[in-house]
Write a protein that binds this ligand. Structure first.
Ligand code: LIP
Length: 272
């Protein structure tokens, strides 16, 4: 059943509660299977898709649909319902799949709630993120944000760092999945390697953004990234007083993005 849910009846508190329940349910599944033999559904030059990506999304879908029947889901593994409608979930059931496949406990589960906003170009609907949840099941760290309210880590308000000098900053860079995005980001990586205190590349965009929000990273940049990788974390960065910028890459559905504290943003390589 597909409902054309009126945006005014959003009940963000209930949406936040069921998002937290969903990421915890998916997190338990990932923790249980961290040391199991992984079934690989797809392997490319710089990426893997696991059966557990699908199982995690199914777990999330069942929680979200129980609370909000018929609300569309734009998910990394599949989409359900009309994802161009007035309201939608955006779900990354396992962000950091290659880390997880290699037993590296640096992964997260992400859920965002978005509403469609007016745009001049009706053929490409525009969305605003109202709510974001990022959960690291191995550190048991839950970042949450509702637009207009403080970002929180395990319920405690967090804020982006206040470092103003790139030479004092820890900057994370994501390398994406294709040679094209690698070639595009490497010049930034080299520039930052010489100018920042340290560079880190960790393999989870959601945690990269969450770390900017709580001041562990001072900035995070990536070129070829999907909406589900950044929707929740981007709002969390903004609600933590940081700066989040993203733009569609020409010719495909990926994004380039820069997240940082307010003081460093202009010192970072700006993506054309
Ligand atoms: C990953 C991102 C990461 C990026 C990887 C991959 P996935 O998401 O979080 O930042 O560099 O290529 O896209 O595929 O593990 O959900």
């Amino acid at each position: 059943m597909q409902t054309k849910e009126p945006v005014r009846e959003l009940n963000l508190n209930k949406a936040l509660e069921c998002s937290v329940e969903a990421v915890h349910a998916a997190g338990r599944l990932l923790r249980r299977n961290m040391r199991s033999t992984k079934t690989v559904h797809l392997a490319t030059a710089h990426d893997l898709k696991l059966e557990l990506d699908v199982r995690s999304q199914e777990k999330i879908e069942s929680v979200l649909h129980r609370a909000f029947p018929g609300r569309p889901i734009l998910g990394e593994e599949k989409s359900v319902g009309d994802i161009t409608g007035p309201i939608r979930w955006v779900v990354d059931p396992l962000d950091g799949t290659v880390n997880f496949a290699h037993g590296i406990p640096h992964v997260c589960v992400q859920i965002a709630l978005q509403k469609r906003v007016p745009t001049r170009n009706a053929s490409t609907p525009n969305y605003q993120t109202l709510l974001g949840v990022v959960y690291d099941p191995f550190q048991d760290e839950l970042w949450t944000a509702v637009r207009g309210e403080p970002a929180r880590l395990n319920g405690v308000p967090v804020h982006a760092s206040n470092r103003r000098c790139l030479s004092e900053a820890v900057v994370s860079v994501g390398f994406g999945k294709s040679d094209k995005t690698l070639d595009a980001i490497l010049p930034c990586f080299i520039q930052l390697a010489h100018t920042a205190l340290k560079i880190r590349t960790m393999g989870s965009a959601g945690l990269g953004l969450a770390y900017v929000a709580c001041g562990r990273f001072d900035a995070y940049l990536e070129r070829g990234i999907s909406l589900w990788d950044i929707a929740a974390g981007g709002l969390i960065v903004e609600c933590a007083g940081g700066k989040f910028w993203c733009a569609k890459n020409p010719g495909d559905s990926s994004f380039r993005m820069i997240a940082s504290n307010k003081g460093l943003f202009r010192q970072l390589p700006q993506f054309t």
